[in-house]
Design a protein around this ligand. Structure first.
Ligand code: C2G
Length: 131
């Protein structure tokens, strides 16, 4: 079964990896939509790494079968149809946010990995730069 998820995946860390590995294990094929720098601005998220870097890191993961571009909030239903998605997966910080996809595919929210975030990592990097 084809699984789909989306995210920014800045400074890819083990919380992201655990989500992706669990999502892939729930089906036989995982498609990941990566937010563009422009869409991150819409989401109000700043990034340490640009879109191409974030895509390259994800494309190198064995648990990721396809990487697509996430440009806006409205593309999910079209992506579900286009890629024959049977299951949509997000971390549970998004619980309920994507239930509207339910007629098209199953939707599951998986427990977020505690004590790690891209924001924390960005702050650590900034501290090192400041010294
Ligand atoms: N995640 C996790 N554990 C963490 C951090 C993140 O399980 N410690 C999960 C999030 O729940 C999400 C995925 O990893 O499912 C990607 O997280 P972000 O890169 O922060 O993505 P986000 O900014 O939430 O973008 O349209 C959906 C958005 O693009 C999601």
């Amino acid at each position: 079964m084809n699984v789909l998820t989306y995210g920014t995946f800045d400074l890819l860390h083990h919380g992201h990896l655990r989500l992706l590995e669990r999502a892939r294990a729930l089906g036989g094929h995982l498609t990941v939509g990566v937010s563009t720098d422009a869409f991150n601005a819409v989401k109000g998220k700043c990034c340490h790494e640009d879109f191409d870097t974030r895509v390259r890191r994800l494309a190198a993961l064995p648990c990721v079968d396809r990487v697509i571009t996430e440009r806006d909030w409205a593309q999910k239903a079209d992506d579900v149809r286009r890629y024959g998605i049977g299951l949509f997966v997000m971390g549970d910080d998004w619980a309920g946010a994507f239930d509207f996809l339910q007629p098209l595919c199953a939707v599951r929210y998986l427990p977020r990995t505690p004590d790690i975030s891209s924001t924390q990592l960005r702050e650590l990097l900034l501290k090192e730069q400041v010294g």
